[in-house]
Design a protein around this ligand. Sequence first.
Ligand code: MN
Length: 134
Amino acid sequence: MNTPDKVVLVVEDNAISMRLYQALLEGHGYTMLQATNGMEGLRMAREHRPDLILMDMQLPKISGLEVTKQLKEDETLKSIPVIAVTAFAMVGDEKKYLENGCDGYISKPISITDLLQTVEHFLDQPLAQASAIR
Ligand code: MN
């Protein structure tokens, strides 16, 4: 079920991927904030306190995993669910991301169904009740 007033921050350095997220998220009534690198993502998370963060793991300079660690070390931000997005889907990756603070995991190329189900899963339930999916 969609919750139209929810805000999703997407941290993604690839313009084509960003446009796909925008079409899907805004098309389903979410408000989307965009950051194209880790530092901008951190700044926007602190400034806007989004309901959910989609975090590309392969970012320039600071990796998505490092950004996630910093978010999860911040008492005011750690309750925001972070979904890791990665192009390098390999055995063991899911465990690595979940162990390092990510709350969920999706792989590129993005499956539209997968993305929307994951977003809805985390926005519809408090983090404490939401099990990490996949
Ligand atoms: Mn990237």
